[in-house]
Design a protein around this ligand. Structure first.
Ligand SMILES: [Zn+2]
Length: 442
């Protein structure tokens, strides 16, 4: 199996070892083509009038282009689709990230789909061997297109793709994983952790795998450690979304950031407020441009995900840029009274460090008084009733939540939840109740 760099160089038609200058020049050329294609074929981009006058000379010039927002995709007027319906191989409908508004609809051509499968072959190939049994467990809406594509990719690798069937309650998932005896497990982080927690306190063999790939949600460091320990596995992470053709960036054996799929995506990070390029090393909103997307070309699409872009070469030898420091969704960022940022990844890292916690729901009410309500799911056999005290103690050590609670700027409300949390629809979120909304409601 080639390295990701070697595979990408081959797909880009670049000879010799991949270098940053060669990749940047190739991307600049694709960027010019992508802009021309979008302006010619996509009604949304054809109707835009805010294009820069000067030509795009390098990838850095992308900052002069206007953004595309999630709202543009869900409004779909004018439509973004650049192909006729007859040339579309797959349509995926996603609920909008807010509670209202039309859903986002993404289209994929056969070429888009093949590019994703090819990426899966080489991404999964980093830790999957011929003959491996690969257990794929994506709950709810994440299944469908992504699992089908993964199954094709695993077939090309000579591996056996086993798919978990819903429901995804922890007991059923733990039993399935135990019966499948996989070499590699792929799934969303929290359901896999919950299954591992349940398995650890039930009779029967522990869950085992050589490698676990976590995708479709951010992965808190404490959660990755817990899953690694529970499965006795090396844990890899993947970042991507439907808008990036599912594939986006994948972890290497050095585990110091996810290497970007730079043969398809030009990725920037920008300041959430100003939209200016994020400072080097700072967390910003991830903005993607599809360099070769045929059905729905996206130019400077604001994904809403917060992360840090690393430009320096990796210890693994790759020159591909990396994303790390995943910090949740920009739309869910909460500034605490008295300072400090609260996010779901921060809460994840604190709560999943508590051995018994297998899931939780969080709501921040800005009050007054500002209140963080946490509804916590935990197998009783693992905590004997002491889980809420353990969570409170762990949050006391958090550098944002701890001082806010001690200084009475934040009130904590903890309760135990039943397993209904695991059957949630869509993404995990940090819910927010704002003062104005409360005033209207009250
Ligand atoms: Zn690396």
């Amino acid at each position: 199996m080639k390295t990701l760099d070697g595979w990408m160089a081959e797909r880009m038609g670049l000879a010799g070892p991949l270098t940053r200058p060669a990749l940047a020049a190739w991307q600049a050329e694709r960027l010019r083509e992508a802009i021309a294609y979008a302006r010619a074929a996509s009604p949304f981009y054809r109707a835009r009038r805010d294009w820069p006058a000067a030509a795009i000379a390098s990838t850095a010039d992308i900052a002069r282009l206007p953004f595309t927002f999630a709202a543009d995709l869900s409004r779909n007027d004018p439509p973004l689709l650049a192909l006729s319906q007859a040339d579309v191989a797959r349509v995926v409908t996603l609920p909008s990230s807010g509670t209202s508004g039309p859903p986002k609809r993404l289209h994929f051509s056969p070429e888009d789909r093949e590019a994703t499968i090819d990426y899966f072959v080489h991404g999964m190939g980093l830790f999957t061997r011929r003959g491996d049994r690969v257990a794929v467990a994506f709950p709810g809406g994440a299944a469908g297109g992504i699992v089908d594509g993964l199954a094709v990719a695993l077939g090309r690798l000579g591996a056996d793709c086993r798919r978990a069937a819903p429901p995804f309650d922890p007991e059923a998932l733990a039993a399935w994983l135990r019966a499948e005896r996989p070499d590699v497990v792929v799934g969303a982080p929290v359901p896999l952790l919950a299954a591992a927690r349940v398995a650890s306190c039930a009779a029967g063999a522990a869950l085992r795998a050589r490698a676990v790939l976590l995708s479709s949600d951010h992965v808190a460091p404490s959660l990755a450690r817990s899953i690694g320990a529970a499965f006795g596995a090396e844990v890899f992470q993947h970042w991507g979304m439907t808008e990036t053709g599912y594939g986006g960036a994948v972890d290497c054996a050095e585990h110091c950031g996810c290497h970007l799929r730079e043969n398809e995506l030009l990725v920037e990070t920008v300041d959430p407020d100003s939209g200016a390029p994020a400072r080097p090393g700072a967390v910003g909103v991830v903005v993607v441009t599809t360099l070769r997307g045929r059905a729905v070309p996206l130019l400077r699409y604001r994904t809403g995900d917060l992360a840090r872009l690393i430009e320096t070469p990796c210890r693994c030898g790759s020159i591909l840029r990396r994303l790390d420091g995943f910090s949740g969704r920009a739309s869910e960022a909460i500034t605490m009274p008295g300072g400090g940022a609260l996010s779901l990844p921060r809460l994840d890292d604190a709560l999943f460090a508590v051995q018994a916690v297998s899931d939780f729901a969080a709501t921040f009410d800005e009050g007054p008084p500002a209140t963080l309500s946490l509804s916590i799911a935990a197998p009783p056999a693992l905590h004997g009733g002491a889980v809420l005290e353990a969570v409170r103690a762990r949050l006391a050590n958090d550098t944002v939540v701890g001082p806010a609670v001690r200084e009475r700027r934040l009130s904590l409300e903890l309760s135990l939840a039943d397993a209904i949390l695991f059957r949630r629809e869509g993404k995990r979120r940090l819910s927010k109740r704002e003062a104005a909304e409360c005033a209207r409601r009250c």
